[in-house]
Design a protein around this ligand. Structure first.
Ligand SMILES: Cc1cc2nc3c(=O)[nH]c(=O)nc-3n(C[C@H](O)[C@H](O)[C@H](O)COP(=O)(O)OP(=O)(O)OC[C@H]3O[C@@H](n4cnc5c(N)ncnc54)[C@H](O)[C@@H]3O)c2cc1C
Length: 261
C-alpha cells in the first residue's frame, strides 16, 4: 500500500502574527513549522506503515527551505520525500496550489493521499478537496479515525456534535484533523538518516497534465488585495459591585443594553 502525505511548512501562528509594512506576512519573523493537521496526517500514515507495511511519501510545494519539514517527516519515519519548487509557482492561491500538487501526484503511485484539514496560515481548508477533484478521487474530510479493510478505507468523519462512519474504495483522499492522534517524535537515528537522505526535487517541467494558465500568481483566480491586523479590543471596564446581586444586575443590564438578551 502506498500513501502520499501533503505537508505544508507554515509560520507558527501561536506566538502571534507579524506583518510587513506593505501588509504581507513577515515570515522571517516567525518560526516555520510543519502544519499541525499535516503532522497528524503523517502520523496516521506512519501508523498504517507500522500496521500494514505501507510506503509513505511526503510531498510539499514551497521554497527550498521547505525541505526542513520534509526532513522532519523522514526523521519521524517517512520513506521518501518530494519538494515541488519553482519560481513560476509562487504567489499561488488554493486553485493554483492544488493544480500544482495534483500535477506532481500524477507522477506517483498511491492508494491514499492524505492532506491536513487546513493550513494554519492560509486557513482555507480548500486544497485537499480541490486536489481530489483534479484527480477524480473520492474525498473524506475531517477524519478523526482511519482504518483499512481490503481495498477500502473506513473513516470517522467529525461533525460539530457527532461523527459519521464513511467507507470509500481506494484510491481516495482524506483530510486529517490535528485531533486525530498524538504525532510521534523524530528518532535520533532518524534525524541522522534524514539529514543525509536524498530529496526528489521537481519544478514546473515535472508537473504532469497541467497548463501554465493554472499555475502561480498568474494562474490564480484570487489575489490578496490587502491584509491587516485585527482591530484591537478596547481595554474593558472593571466594576466592583457591593454584592453578588448587584454584580448580576449589572451584567444583565449591560447584556440588555447591547440587545444580547
Ligand atoms: C509566497 C506566497 C504567496 C501567496 N500569494 C497568494 C496570493 O496572491 N493569493 C492567494 O489567494 N493566496 C496566496 N497565498 C496563499 C496560498 O493561497 C496558500 O498558501 C495556499 O494556496 C494553500 O492554501 P491554504 O494555506 O489555505 O491551505 P489549506 O487549504 O488550508 O490546506 C489544506 C491542506 O492542503 C495541503 N497543502 C496546502 N498547501 C500545501 C503546500 N504548499 N504543499 C503541500 N501541501 C499543501 C496541506 O496538507 C494542508 O493541510 C500565498 C502563499 C505564499 C506562501
Amino acid at each position: 500500500m502506498k500513501v502520499v502525505v501533503c505537508i505544508k511548512q507554515v509560520p507558527d501562528t501561536k506566538g502571534g502574527v507579524s506583518f510587513n509594512p506593505d501588509g504581507t506576512l513577515n515570515r522571517a519573523a516567525m518560526l516555520a513549522i510543519m502544519n499541525p493537521d499535516d503532522k497528524a496526517g503523517l502520523e496516521a500514515a506512519l501508523r498504517l506503515k507500522d500496521q500494514y507495511g505501507a510506503e509513505v511519501t511526503v510531498l510539499t510545494m514551497g521554497l527550498p527551505k521547505a525541505t526542513d519539514v520534509l526532513r522532519e517527516a523522514l526523521a519521524m519515519g517517512a520513506d521518501k520525500a518530494v519538494l515541488v519548487t519553482d519560481r513560476v509557482l509562487g504567489g499561488a492561491d488554493t486553485w493554483a496550489t492544488s493544480t500544482t500538487i495534483a500535477g506532481a501526484l500524477r507522477n506517483l503511485e498511491y492508494d491514499l493521499v492524505i492532506t491536513g484539514r487546513q493550513a494554519i496560515d492560509g486557513d482555507t481548508a480548500q486544497v485537499g478537496p480541490q486536489i481530489a477533484e483534479h484527480l477524480g478521487l473520492p474525498v473524506i474530510s475531517y477524519a478523526q479515525d482511519i482504518k483499512i479493510d481490503g481495498d477500502k478505507v473506513i473513516v470517522e468523519r467529525l461533525y460539530d456534535d457527532r461523527y459519521h462512519v464513511l467507507e470509500a474504495k481506494m484510491p481516495c483522499l482524506i483530510t486529517a484533523l490535528a485531533e486525530l492522534n498524538e504525532p510521534r517524535y523524530m528518532t535520533p537515528g532518524g534525524i541522522f538518516d534524514a539529514f543525509q537522505a536524498e530529496i526528489t526535487t521537481w519544478g514546473r517541467a515535472d508537473l504532469k497534465d497541467v497548463e501554465d494558465g493554472n499555475l502561480g500568481l498568474n494562474g490564480s483566480p484570487t489575489k490578496i488585495a490587502k491584509a491587516s491586523d485585527k482591530v484591537r479590543k478596547g481595554a474593558g471596564e472593571k466594576v466592583v459591585p457591593d454584592s453578588p446581586e448587584d454584580a448580576v444586575a449589572y451584567i444583565i443590564g449591560k447584556l440588555d443594553e447591547k440587545h444580547v438578551i
